[in-house]
Ligand binder design. Structure first.
Ligand code: G4P
Length: 280
């Protein structure tokens, strides 16, 4: 199967990012905790160079807790502060202010030496579509936030959300395009639903997920669907299909329906907390 992503406005999004990034001190990069590398943008290193950086492992609730820890260590070892969050419930959000201060330590120190005191850190949230940028901004900004409005020297129309006295966040996130350079990355993005299922062969995708789960999370399918994890991966999809009574007319298995259901249940965490890629 050929996994591809067809970005509609990639050039425009990139131009906007390049423009906005000039205005900020800190890039808050959201990645999906289930695929922290595959959900990163290939150009982020270049775009974010000379900026303080913070990585948020979002949707941490859907990923394996021990893998979340391992990924945070992985990024920290590479000089990028990383922390886990669940933007949907707000878990982990409270620790972000401290992480921001830590990530911007050098800038704060530089300012201090130049006699600039209390200049707020300006940040923007970036990430690929559906990673949770809007949900995060809402959770982080909460109700207490105050919009600072337009200020001289800031491109007209930009809104900054003031978060405490030390931080201002651009209210519109930067949309980054995902990687689509290799098959495995594409497949992982498809697993979490970052690609339009319409352009995918959903049964093939489900069979690939079954293969992964049997290998890395043995017992997860058995527990959810009360089936034996025996035989080939395709026959397991057929078993799930029968168990969930996904039939066409005349009791013919509706594999497409079963595959869609499996993908939906995986994506919403019903199969458990599952991480699709681990640090090397
Ligand atoms: P975007 O701006 O980056 O495109 O993403 P957005 O905030 O729209 O979030 C995409 C989906 O991810 C939403 O689900 C949102 O609720 C969900 N989401 C965001 N953060 C988290 C998280 O930390 N954990 C979990 N489990 N989900 C998260 P949706 O299905 O589009 O909407 P809804 O069903 O939640 O209403």
């Amino acid at each position: 199967m050929n996994y591809q992503w067809y970005p509609g406005h990639m050039t425009k999004a990139k131009r906007m990012m390049q423009e906005n990034i000039k205005l900020i001190d800190l890039v808050i990069e959201l990645v999906d905790a289930r695929i922290p590398l595959s959900s990163r943008n290939p150009d982020i290193e270049e775009l974010g160079k000379n900026k303080a950086r913070l990585i948020l492992l979002n949707k941490a609730d859907l990923a394996d807790a021990s893998c979340n820890q391992a990924w945070m260590t992985y990024f920290k070892e590479r000089g990028i502060h990383a922390t886990e969050v669940n933007s949907k419930t707000g878990a982990g959000i409270k620790s972000i202010q401290a992480a921001v201060q830590e990530a911007c330590k050098e800038k704060i120190e530089r300012d201090r030496k130049r006699g600039i005191l209390n200049r707020p850190i300006r940040a923007m949230v970036v990430g690929i579509p559906n990673v949770g940028k809007s949900t995060f901004i809402n959770a982080f900004a909460g109700k207490a936030c105050a919009k600072t409005g337009n200020k001289p020297g800031v491109t007209k129309g930009k809104q900054w959300i003031r978060l405490g006295k030390g931080l201002e966040l651009l209210d519109t996130p930067g949309i980054l395009w995902p990687k689509f350079e290799d098959q495995q990355t594409g497949m992982r993005l498809a697993f979490i639903g970052s690609m339009n299922d319409e352009i995918l062969h959903i049964e093939e995708l489900a069979v690939s997920l079954i293969a992964f789960l049997r290998k890395e999370y043995a017992g997860a399918l058995q527990k959810r669907y009360e089936i034996e994890e025996e035989g080939d991966d395709f026959s397991i999809l057929t078993e799930i299909c029968k168990k969930r009574r996904c039939f066409l007319k005349g009791e013919e298995p509706d594999l497409r329906k079963a595959a869609s259901m499996l993908m939906e249940e995986f994506r919403s965490g019903k199969l458990g907390r599952i991480t699709l890629e681990r640090p090397q």
